[in-house]
Design a protein around this ligand. Sequence first.
Ligand code: SAM
Length: 274
Amino acid sequence: MQLIVRHTVLTAFFIAAAALSIPAQAQTGGEFKPQVGQAGKDVIWVPTPKSLVEKMLKMVDVKPTDVVYDLGSGDGITVITAAKQFGVRATGIEYNPDMVELSKRNAEREGVADKTRFIRGDIFATDFSDATVLTMYLLPYLNLKLRPTILNMKPGTRVVSHAFTMDDWAPDQTDSTEGRTAYMWIVPAKVEGNWKMDKGTMELKQKFQDFEGVFRNGDGMSWRVTATNLRGDQISFSIGGASYTGRVSGSTMKGTMRARADAPATPWSATLVR
Ligand SMILES: C[S@@+](CC[C@H](N)C(=O)[O-])C[C@H]1O[C@@H](n2cnc3c(N)ncnc32)[C@H](O)[C@@H]1O
């Protein structure tokens, strides 16, 4: 309840601040100096504190092999921290050209110009489909607008958002620091449908990372699919006491199963039939 109230207050703050926002071109002469609350295309600029940036990058477990994008990258703090502290290549997409140039200068000063890239563009018109990690600090309705694109990204892509959720797509992890909250999601593989297996068909219904279903053999018998878990492309479930773990890859799943806890692991596979 407390969280909902704080969330609502924060959203109201952003909307009010956007209405009163400082025009981005308000300054004259000298080097561009950003101002907290300055206008942005869809949302004002408010930076994420360094401590939360670090927490967010830890939540998504950034590795040097990842490809990180910050959507609406502001002064580049997340992109620069990812490159400098996590050794990863990172890209910021930012609509305000002055913020893009500022980010480039900041990256240069921090010695990570070669690992960072700043694109002047609209997050809704720029391709970030090669990302394995997305970070953002936007608004609830913007997260929701991005959601279909995110859900179509490669299963296992991690997404972390400062302050704002994805409506009924529950986060896989939530964490806070200094009174601020971050939410993390892992893009789930698509498993809804009928999966043909060795001895029958598994019919699955899916809502984001949750799924449920029933297994039917050819003799009119059925079992509920229980103990379901889906994390990116990693899947596990039980059918009638047998436990299955495996990996989803498009229209196939494969892995190992144990008929009982003390039974040897044997291979299994399933193919999506519709
Ligand atoms: C709340 S700030 C967050 C900045 C940074 N990600 C951080 O966490 O410190 C949002 C940023 O998104 C930018 N922005 C707003 N609408 C945008 C859009 N459609 N495309 C790209 N950037 C946008 C704003 O200019 C602003 O810098």
